[in-house]
Write a protein that binds this ligand. Structure first.
Ligand SMILES: Cc1ncc(C[n+]2csc(CCOP(=O)(O)OP(=O)(O)O)c2C)c(N)n1
Length: 560
């Protein structure tokens, strides 16, 4: 079996149906092998989008996402999205073309050291050979999904395609010509850079206790939980990703404890759940301070600190933190318990009562929601999002970009039965549109809407063509304020006049179509209603430019 055939078949067996990317010459045999194996190669406008699409495909399908780029410049572009898969914890295999062995280290057009490039951006990076192919591909697929999930890079020497793979091992199937050497070992294999995933970032940090793999409660943690009268639960990305929300909701029936969430865990419990208090870090989250200060214990449930470190908001209260892997939090006296989500609740259940603060949690949530609407006048981002929530069906998938609008969306958006997808670990502008494309490709016909600022939109605007070519039903709502608003706000905190943030004066598009997609420019709530209804009715790739007054953001974005 040839290398490219092996990779294609192995990915296909894993459930992969799409590879996103932009090819170079050496990509051709791989693309052909993918095609023959029933894996579609999805051409994107930019490689960073391809990596975002692989990330979001993995989030939505549960199958590792795959992206591909050519030598140096392609690989560098791809790297920006691969970093997203690392810090947003998404299993992705990134394949890039590399120089043949004989050329390594020499001057060559388009080439840099891809292994060095991907080293800080991935859980592991490998260089493929005929000898190690089976071992590398299988180990990469395992590594990508191990907690926390993340990206693995595989470099494909450009003269490798066409060579026979030494042993085409397929896990779970009768091994074909499998030799003993094919088993994955922890030692270094020639040509393979061993995975870096096994290190414990928490080891060696002073003053914190780490308990691993236990369902029984550690003594001090048990005492803290059993004696807490005003516990507060903080839920994060791990809980969201592992689907712990349903168990949490059941848990809260008996244990009435207020819950705060990180932005990426928005929707882990319903917005109107009496225990839901609000979203940390996002708009008006300073109003959660009352609740946080009153707590006598904070329980982290799958709270991945990548979005918002505990240190940034936690007052001097004890912390018991459950997650699937150790973290590097440096809070004195914190107790970390590493186990599976089911075990978190098994450990807590017998010990915990209710919180005396449940009413306060609900009060704070109402305070935040009222605060969002209090000063809204004219056509502003709160009004635009209200129209969207009113008109879009409950099952809509919304993807968000990065900026002031995300701070608002994260706090305000009622996810209902749909999804809200964002990048708050990597936090890269330009995420929203490619994420929406991947969601529309992976979806079952529910509407998909990208909500983005104008700055983030222009970064990956070329992907509108990708959406159109694939005939996707996709609505892109650009909250158009002509500037990088979040940076303007941060300048104002430093008493600096707005500078280097203006994108355009007047209309963003200046036309009623962009790359063949219809553009509807709206300047009030009524027009927005009509445009949205029209977009839902007509299907296809539609853009709504919502010309909003951004001044409201000043009162809503919280100083961080
Ligand atoms: C790739 C990237 N570059 C820069 C930033 C820093 N940054 C965060 S938000 C922001 C402004 C976003 O502006 P826009 O998309 O118009 O959204 P708005 O803030 O106006 O809602 C910038 C520059 C980033 N997060 N990602």
């Amino acid at each position: 079996m040839k290398i490219e055939e092996y990779i294609a078949e192995r990915l296909r067996n894993e459930g992969v149906r799409k590879v996103f990317g932009i090819p170079g010459g050496p990509s051709i045999p791989y693309m052909e092998a993918f095609r023959r194996a029933g894996i579609e190669f999805v051409l994107t406008g930019h490689e960073a989008s391809a990596a975002v699409m692989a990330d979001v495909t993995a989030r939505l399908t549960g199958v590792t996402g795959v992206c591909h780029a050519t030598f140096g410049p392609g690989a560098v572009n791809l790297a920006s999205g691969v970093g997203g898969a690392l810090l947003d914890r998404s299993p992705v295999i990134a394949l890039t073309s590399e120089l043949p062995d004989a050329w390594l280290g020499r001057t060559a057009q388009m080439n840099i050291d891809n292994q060095a490039l991907f080293s800080p951006l991935t859980k592991a990076t490998f260089r493929l050979s005929a000898e190690n192919a089976a071992e590398v591909v299988n180990r990469s697929l395992e590594l990508a999904t191990e907690e926390y999930p993340g990206p693995v890079h595989i470099g494909l020497p450009s003269d490798l395609a066409g060579t026979e793979v030494f042993n085409s091992f397929f896990p779970g199937k009768e091994a074909r010509g499998r030799s003993e050497e094919a088993t994955v070992s922890s030692g270094a294999t020639p040509g393979v850079i061993p995975g870096k995933a096994a290190t414990d970032p928490g080891s060696g940090l002073s003053g914190k206790t780490l308990i691993s793999g236990s369902g029984t409660m550690h003594g001090r943690a048990g005492v803290l939980i059993a004696s807490a009268r005003r516990p507060l639960i903080a839920v994060g990305l791990t809980a969201m990703r592992t689907g712990a929300g349903q168990t949490l909701v059941k848990f809260l029936v008996k244990h009435r404890v207020p819950v705060v969430v990180t932005p990426m865990a928005r929707g882990v419990i319903p917005s109107d759940h009496p225990c839901f208090a609000g979203v940390l870090f996002h708009a008006l989250s300073d109003r959660l301070g009352r609740l946080v200060k009153a707590a006598d214990l904070v329980i982290g449930l799958g709270y991945d600190p990548v979005e918002y470190n505990f240190e940034s908001w936690l007052p001097e209260v004890p912390l018991v933190h459950f997650d699937t892997r150790p973290s590097d939090i440096r809070i004195k006296g914190a107790i970390e318990i590493v186990s599976t989500p089911d075990r978190w609740f098994e450990s807590l259940g017998p010990l915990m009562g209710s919180s005396e603060m449940t009413d306060l949690g609900e009060e704070v949530r109402k305070d935040i929601i009222n605060g969002l609407y209090a000063k809204a006048s004219g056509f502003n981002p709160v009004t635009a999002l209200s129209v969207l929530r009113e008109v879009l069906p409950a099952g809509t998938t919304v993807t968000a970009d990065v900026g002031s609008h995300l701070h608002l969306l994260g706090q305000m958006w009622d996810v209902m039965s749909g999804r809200l997808l964002m990048t708050n670990g990597w936090s890269s502008m330009g995420f929203g549109l490619p994420a929406a494309i991947a969601a529309a490709m992976a979806g079952n016909g529910e509407p998909v809407v990208c909500i983005t600022g104008d700055g983030g939109f222009v970064m990956h605007a070329g992907e509108i063509l990708t959406a159109r070519r694939h005939g996707l039903n996709l609505i892109t709502v650009v909250l158009s304020d002509g500037e990088l608003n979040l940076i303007r706000i941060k300048q104002s905190w430093k008493n600096v006049n707005p500078y280097g943030i203006r994108l355009c004066n007047g209309p963003l598009f200046g036309a009623n179509s962009f790359l063949g997609a219809e553009v509807m420019r709206v300047t009030d709530a009524g027009e927005m209603h009509s445009a949205l209804r029209k977009a839902l009715r007509s299907g296809g790739c539609m853009i709504i430019e919502a010309v909003v007054d951004p001044s409201l953001y000043n009162d809503l974005v919280v100083r961080s």
